[in-house]
Design a protein around this ligand. Structure first.
Ligand code: TXA
Ligand code: MG
Length: 323
């Protein structure tokens, strides 16, 4: 699949010229463009077929670059940055005018993070500009955790892909808004809520409004159906007994020693001892494998509701929505 794979320097040069480059981060692969170039950013929305009400996360190499993107870096943000950056935490902070409205879907706040993957950091340094990057997959689909996933999903819509191997975290960053007096968690992700609360105390969790459509949710990107395979997905509770459905080709997505009985046409066990970090790192790839296995339905065990299990359950629920 060598077509499309490029060196870090070529990727940096392409970004500077307003082109689209997919690159590895510790969470998932991102589809990047110069965040200060509105035309380049518009190409991201086009390539992903992403609605423009869904804002993009801006990636920077260091805290000096943060100051070029946000107009105010409050003490709470500094404490979180000190603890979790580089890493899978996105903070929503007041944006500077240099960031086009398209990046933030017209909102006054911009999502920003310093990623932990060494290739991402080096790319950001060499490009010298903040890089807007959503996950590098067609809108609504399964996030990519390898370069191959990116090429399979976006093909020629991306000008080049940097291959950094499989992503270590495997789930998108946690998104925390610091736009109001109380911090609000907008998306569960690779930085667990408990870890954040250990640093800044209790935080609120935004909940989607079931009576509103996707464009009118309290926080953007609270899309009901997301991260979804093409195959029907059925969830069962953590430690519930999984059984195939008569007459259907069923796959099983499970972890640890959770109970199942009967004949499944495909089984993906994320991890033998239910280590949630290992589960997260393998989650999207396992979902893709099952989705490509010609099944009628994927049955998935939910995860324990703590740590990364909360973000994993969130991805499962959204993937199963509206099927
Ligand atoms: O781990 C990640 O976050 C990956 C890597 C590439 O960094 N990126 C990613 O981006 O998952 P994306 O576009 O798939 O998800 C971005 C989500 C939006 O859907 C929205 O929920 C939230 O981040 N977000 C971004 N900017 C925001 C803003 N200004 N205000 C509120 N939420 C924002
Ligand atoms: Mg995404």
């Amino acid at each position: 699949m060598n077509a499309g794979l490029i060196s870090l320097q070529s990727a940096a040069d392409l970004l500077k010229r307003g082109q689209l480059v997919a690159f590895p981060t510790e969470t998932v692969y991102g589809l990047g463009a110069d965040a200060t170039n509105a035309v380049a950013v518009a190409r991201i929305f086009e390539a992903k077929q992403r609605p423009t009400f869904d804002p993009l996360i801006v990636h920077v190499a260091d805290t000096a670059q943060v100051e070029l993107v946000v107009s105010h870096f409050p003490v709470t943000a500094q404490r979180l940055a000190c603890e979790f950056w580089p890493g899978p935490l996105t903070l929503v902070l007041r944006k500077r005018d240099s960031i086009p409205d398209l990046v933030t879907a017209g909102l006054p706040g911009v999502g920003i993070r310093i990623p932990r993957h060494p290739l991402a950091l080096e790319l950001l340094k060499r490009a010298g500009c903040p890089v807007a990057a959503p996950s590098a997959n067609p809108f609504g689909g399964i996030s990519p955790t390898t370069a191959r996933h990116v090429v399979d999903g976006l093909g020629k819509k991306v000008d080049g892909v940097v291959d950094g191997g499989p992503c270590a975290v495997g789930l998108e960053s946690t998104v925390l808004s610091l736009m109001n007096e109380r911090p609000i968690l907008l998306r569960h992700g690779g930085c667990p809520r408990e870890d954040i609360e250990r640093v800044i105390g209790q935080i609120d969790i935004a909940s989607p409004d079931a009576n509103q459509d996707d464009a009118a949710q309290p926080a953007p990107g609270m899309l009901s159906r997301h991260y979804a395979p093409g195959t029907r997905l059925m969830l069962i509770e953590h430690n519930g007994l999984a059984k195939p459905i008569d007459g259907l080709r069923c796959g099983l997505l499970t972890a640890g020693k959770q109970p199942f009985r009967g004949l499944f046409s495909g089984i993906e066990t994320l991890c033998d001892d239910l280590n949630l970090q290992t589960c997260a790192s393998k989650f999207f790839a396992a979902m893709r494998t099952l989705d490509a296995s010609d099944l009628d339905v994927i049955i998935a065990h939910q995860f324990p509701a703590y740590g990364l299990g909360v973000a994993l359950n969130d991805r499962l629920r959204r993937a199963a929505q509206g099927q």
